[in-house]
Design a binder for this molecule. Sequence first.
Ligand code: SAM
Length: 226
Amino acid sequence: MSKFYVVATPIGNMGDITLRAIETLKSVDLILCEDTRETKKILEKYNINKPTMSYHAQSKLAKVDKIFALLKEGKDLALVSDAGTPGISDPGALLISRIKEDTHLRDSVNVIPVPGPTALVAALSASGLPTHEFTFLGFLPHKKGRETLFKEIAQAKRTIVFYESPHRILKTLESLVNFCPNKKICIARELTKIYEEFKTGSPEEILEYLNRNKEKQRGEFTVIVA
Ligand code: SAM
């Protein structure tokens, strides 16, 4: 059986990698990376000398064929993304579903998760908002379906978690002010990094806070709505 490991890597702090992730990356024949330059940083830090190959959202079918050929030869591969867990708002899910649907590979390849950081769980875990039931929305759509989704968020009984980019955070907070002014929200910014920050309040309070502190509009955001 070849092995196809799905390996979580840090979301900022380079120390957040498991012993098993390091051992796994050292053991495989090839590491598939979203961006080989990004992954090189972690490989260098942990003295992992293994060949890498890019695999990302725009990868052509020829790349998938190459990966399939390697697995058919019995090679062990690891998949990593730039940060966090592959397949979570990152490439990987489609490739894994193809492996599991392929008539030859589904019986000859063992797909093995090597769990570790993921921003949505890190954010939830320290947010102080209810975590017993939640819905993860990934990145919100920019146009089509956006308004409907905000209406759904307003009606939601469960905690909602989603990812947002720094360019769109203010626009999204404005939508939350319009559609769900009475919800409690938490923005988790720059998790595990020097400027890590959790800020909780009403959508209006958080919008006002970011407008007042422009430097806080930078970085990576995970948003929680309860
Ligand atoms: N696969 C990753 C994971 O497991 O969390 C997510 C990748 S997705 C392309 C990147 C988005 O995740 C960012 O735009 C941000 O919304 C969120 N994110 C990633 N790292 C983060 C961090 N350190 N702090 C807050 N949010 C983060």
